[in-house]
Write a protein that binds this ligand. Structure first.
Ligand code: URP
Ligand code: ZN
Ligand code: ZN
Length: 464
């Protein structure tokens, strides 16, 4: 007898929409059959009137990730809950590598921390330097199931030298790895930061001005040059500007092996949000941009220049975001755009925002949403077709979406326990009402049923 049947639903995958029943056995999809043909199972879920999609995959988030002296509010179990309410069934985070450390050990440490998750999880390896030891670990990481790496071109401390980037890129390309980049020009950001400060321009609104579009474009161009020179594949995390879209589009046309993502906040918010005292809540790197950039990002999703939409989730309280500010005589924080803690929540909101601003507004269809938030994350980060589709043999990661359910993205409707939501004004029509991970129901009737430590490490491999 089957473990589970999901019947009468409308299946929505990256490339098709059709009526079918799904049978689940031993955590996998064992059959996809004509409606009404599957009869017996330990549990039968009636999905009549619902969309049935592969579980969403969040490949870019930061949870329990130290930032200076502070740490975000989630751990991997509470993050599993927020994610599952947002239709996510697998997620990936980054090793907390520091200089002088074994990257493989940093990955193993992170794997251990992530083992508290109720979702399946992967780890990206962060490289902060290239020396004989860590270059020797590139192949070991890939064999271990971690073929995806992140490097920063900014943030002294984690920033890696250009010369070292070339070493990691070359070794990764030779062994089947994919290097991803946080691409911002450190010199441009520091030059502007110091000049604004000299002029007394310290309001939150100067944060995006200090990291203008050219700040991202310079680093994107540099990495593309490296990739083209070495014939190495590269990935860009969190692209935010129209200039980057042009650079990536042109590089793809030249045959450069480049893939890129943007994040929900760049698609839905603008830097006008940084104006005023609440501006700190909307600070992340790269910063929010203009309506024009937003239009370019939607266009790039539509024409395939961008392959993924991620959240870059890192959830802080307001107090945490302001924790490095000096205080006035009354103990009130003194606004200084050089000192906020960067990062914003988004893990739970991604599906709703893509419905509200993408599907509900006719910018993308449902299949494209699945492609951007499930299928492509699985393909790009090396866990397809185990994840990211509804094929026979794939893990039974399935979400049911009620097309008529309208939900406002208010702080009360989200599960971070924060005193704010960045998206109070957004309402999504079409909402995940059931989340199933490997055949186990994690969210049903507005309740989280997932158990700590039931997630599994994703051993990934990039297919070329
Ligand atoms: O401001 C951001 N994006 N915080 C998270 C860390 C990162 O750079 O992705
Ligand atoms: Zn980043
Ligand atoms: Zn990030």
């Amino acid at each position: 007898m089957l473990d589970l049947i999901v019947k009468n639903g409308t299946l929505v995958t990256a490339d098709a929409t059709f009526q079918a029943d799904i049978g689940v056995q031993d955590e996998k999809i064992s059959v996809v059959a004509a409606p009404g043909t599957l009869k017996e199972a330990k549990r039968v879920v009636d999905a009549k009137g619902k969309y049935v999609m592969p579980g969403m995959i969040e490949p870019h988030m930061h949870v329990a990730a130290p930032f200076g002296g502070t740490i975000d509010v989630l751990d991997f179990y509470s993050a599993s809950k927020c994610a599952a309410f947002g239709g996510v069934t697998s997620f990936m985070d980054f090793s907390s590598t520091v200089k002088g450390m074994s990257v493989l050990q940093a990955v193993k440490d992170r794997r251990e921390e992530m083992s508290h998750a109720a979702l399946d999880y992967g780890v990206h390896a962060k490289f902060v330097e290239a020396n004989e030891r860590v270059i020797g670990e590139v192949k070991q990481l890939i064999d271990y199931g971690v073929p995806t790496f992140k490097m920063f071109t900014t943030y002294p401390g984690v920033m890696i030298e250009d010369r070292d980037i070339l070493e990691v890129l070359k070794e990764a390309a030779a062994n089947g790895g994919l290097c991803g980049f946080h691409a911002e020009s450190n010199p441009i950001a520091e030059f502007n930061r110091d000049n604004f400060a000299r002029e007394g321009k310290l309001d939150w609104k100067y944060f995006p001005e200090a990291k203008p579009n050219a700040c991202e474009a310079e680093a994107v161009q540099r990495i593309l040059t490296f990739a083209e020179y070495l014939d190495a594949p590269v990935y860009f995390f969190h692209l935010s500007t129209k200039e980057s879209m042009k650079l990536v589009r042109e590089a793809k046309a030249r045959g450069v092996k480049v893939l890129a993502e943007t994040c929900t906040h760049y698609l839905t918010l603008t830097k006008a949000k940084n104006d005023g005292p609440d501006g700190v809540l909307y600070l992340m790197s790269p910063p929010l941009r203009t309506k024009e950039d937003q239009a370019a990002l939607w266009g790039a999703l539509q024409d395939g220049t961008l392959s993924l939409v991620t959240s870059d989730n890192e959830a802080f309280t307001r107090e945490q975001k302001e924790s490095f500010l000096d205080k006035d005589a009354n103990g009130k924080p003194i606004i200084d755009f050089r000192k906020p803690v960067n990062g914003t929540p988004g893990l739970e909101e991604r599906f709703g925002l893509m419905m509200a601003e993408g599907v509900n507004r006719g910018r993308i269809g449902l299949n494209k949403l699945v492609e951007l938030c499930s299928t492509n994350p699985a393909k790009v980060f090396g866990c397809y077709p185990q994840k990211g589709c509804l094929d026979v043999g794939s893990d039974a990661d399935i979400i049911l979406v009620d097309p008529d359910k309208a939900v406002k993205l208010t702080k009360e409707n989200l599960h971070y326990g924060l005193q704010y939501s960045l998206y109070e004004d957004f309402e999504a029509k079409g909402w995940p009402v059931m989340t199933i991970r490997r055949g186990e129901v994690l969210v049903e009737d507005g309740k989280f049923l997932g158990k700590e430590g039931t997630g599994r490490f994703l051993k990934r491999a990039i297919s070329r």
